[in-house]
Design a protein around this ligand. Structure first.
Ligand code: SF4
Ligand code: SF3
Length: 543
């Protein structure tokens, strides 16, 4: 076995990628990512044992977020960039260690590597399988994946200038715990729930950051056709990159289109003032293999999900920023004030053909908590009158597997008196269907990006309050969540922490759940998988 990774839903055979990632990650990238995670664990051990105050190590806090984000599925495939980040983290680790006197630390806080080959050798000994007991391994990894998702959301908030030091504190506590052999499975189950608690804080922080800077998302009709000018396509989740790109393209004659998880950028009032902001191009992340060919212009990846481009022509048009990276693609770094110079992208766009139209029309979104609260009277009335019988939270991720057709068929087959609440790229499986409305309330309410699943939880908790229910699970809300990468893991853990039960997770249960850990999730939280659409709908409607 040359590598081992089972962090995402598409992991080989549902158990683990061992030769090459289904995502395209090669052995070297996989190992370097393992080592990068390992050094963040070492730093965490020093912070926890050395009782270091997180407010005193700002640079380390920020680099830990970035390092974890780099290791999220489809974010970064760039060996050289990851090697550079490992070296930086080892330097920061060693400086930190010097400040802590009289403590001894384990290998993660002490190991040394000199070059790429020593890094790869070290990585082979510290990856996922270095934990022998499969239940402890399963719990440790679930915590790490949740923390990766949390780090991604915290990193976005940080780019807007918002931080919550408690989150850093927890990240160190959680990562250090994954090195601690004295912890039992019960201790780690408790820590998994605590990860969910901090996931809620991270999503709340990002929600606050986004809405305070860009306004509350509002109901918006987003154009999915094209204009006849050259365009730049912006993908991923980072709204500060969208903001800077729109500012820098203003008046240049270059249009800007969102892609995949950047679609909700169209829902924020602040971005509507740019007349070169045209709308959204294409579907969810995996469709990029054909859509980037027809887009014709440059593409900026601000985060995941990158699919390795299949032609040199497309690769030349891809740029990355932040935690994203791909070998041979230009990476645009922020300066020390956070400014990113996107002029190479704009210059390239000027020489490109306009995008080819692949669809026409528009889609509607922007139903985050503030907007839904404005409609609260209407929604409550519809529930009371029986016009809305049930809400289905179908947030999460999309993926390549054909089995995800399940979600399209599920949405199509739902009774007409039900409403879908969604967030994340999972929406692309059904957001272009015409499901109509219930008394003016569209049957698909898209809150935004995957982190905006927080909005859906806030909406549910508000409804619980309005209806005076003791238990949020007494609401007519069912959860049929699609997962793919580690941000979905933190969303799930956050929902569990908030008390939501009987969540269905698909299209398959995570490969990183050992049979015993899966059993705990089933018994304690009623987690289950998905089956056949018709059977599932009957089950959900009866629940
Ligand atoms: Fe495999 Fe997913 Fe890991 Fe990629 S991220 S190597 S597809 S488990
Ligand atoms: Fe999608 Fe990659 Fe997860 Fe943010 S873009 S939800 S998969």
């Amino acid at each position: 076995m040359s590598m081992f990774c089972y962090q995402c839903q598409e992991t080989a055979k549902g158990t683990g990628c061992e030769i090459r990632g289904v995502c395209g990650k090669n052995e070297e990238v996989a190992k370097l990512q393992d080592l990068l995670v390992y050094v963040t664990k070492g730093i965490s051990e020093i912070v926890v044992k050395g009782k270091v105050q997180v407010e005193d190590i700002r640079e380390i806090n920020h680099q830990v977020l970035k390092s974890l984000f780099i290791t999220i599925t489809n974010a970064n495939f760039d060996e050289d960039g990851i090697e550079k980040q490992i070296k930086l983290m080892i330097d920061l680790r060693d400086q930190l260690k010097k400040q802590v006197q009289g403590k001894t630390f384990g290998d993660a806080a002490n190991f040394k590597v000199s070059d790429r080959s020593s890094m790869l050798e070290k990585a082979s000994k510290v990856g996922v399988l270095s934990t022998e007991n499969e239940d402890i391994r399963s719990l440790r990894e679930m915590i790490i994946y949740g923390i990766k998702g949390m780090a991604a959301y915290t990193h976005h908030a940080l780019n807007i200038g918002k931080e919550n030091l408690d989150i850093y504190h927890f990240i160190y506590e959680g990562l250090a715990a994954t090195l601690d052999d004295s912890l039992t499975a019960d201790d780690l189950v408790a820590l998994t729930l605590k990860t969910g608690e901090f996931g809620v804080k991270a999503m709340a922080l990002l929600d606050e950051a986004n809405t305070s800077r860009y306004g509350n998302p509002e109901i918006s009709e987003v154009n999915i056709g094209v204009r006849n000018k050259p365009g730049i396509l912006i993908s991923g989740h980072d709204l500060t990159d969208l903001e800077q790109l729109l500012e820098q393209t203003k008046g240049t004659g270059i249009d800007v289109y969102t892609h995949s998880e950047m679609l909700p950028g169209n829902y924020y009032p602040v971005f509507k003032k740019y007349d070169n902001f045209v709308g959204n191009y294409g579907g969810s992340w995996w469709a990029q293999v054909t859509e980037f060919e027809t887009f014709n212009g440059p593409i900026l990846f601000t985060t995941n999900c990158i699919v390795p481009p299949r032609s040199e022509e497309v690769r030349k048009r891809i740029f990355t920023s932040g935690a994203a990276g791909y070998p041979g693609c230009m990476h645009i770094e922020a300066d020390d004030k956070g400014y990113k110079d996107f002029s190479p992208i704009i210059e390239m766009a000027k020489k490109c053909e306009p995008p080819v139209e692949i669809e026409k029309g528009s889609i509607i979104g922007g139903f985050a908590h503030n907007q839904v609260f404005e409609l609260a009277d209407k929604v409550v009335e519809a529930v009371k009158s029986g016009a809305i019988r049930k809400f289905f939270v179908m947030a999460g991720c999309d993926g390549r597997m054909n089995s995800r057709e399940y979600y399209t068929n599920f949405a199509k087959s739902l009774p007409k008196d039900t409403v879908i609440l969604t967030a994340g790229c999972a929406k692309y499986r059904y957001n272009k269907l015409d499901l109509g409305d219930i008394g003016g309330i569209p049957r698909i309410l898209d809150a935004g990006q995957c982190n905006d699943s927080y909005s859906l939880a806030v909406i549910a908790l508000k409804l619980q309050e309005i209806f005076g229910l003791e238990d949020v699970n007494d609401l007519p809300i069912a959860f049929n969540i699609a997962w793919y990468e580690q941000k979905a893991v933190i969303v799930l853990l956050a929902l569990l922490y908030l008390g939501f039960k009987n969540i269905h997770l698909g299209p398959t249960l995570p490969g990183f759940l050992s049979p015993n850990v899966a059993k705990v999730l089933v018994e304690k939280f009623g987690i289950s998988g998905v089956g056949q659409v018709d059977d599932d709908i009957k089950l959900f409607m009866a629940e």
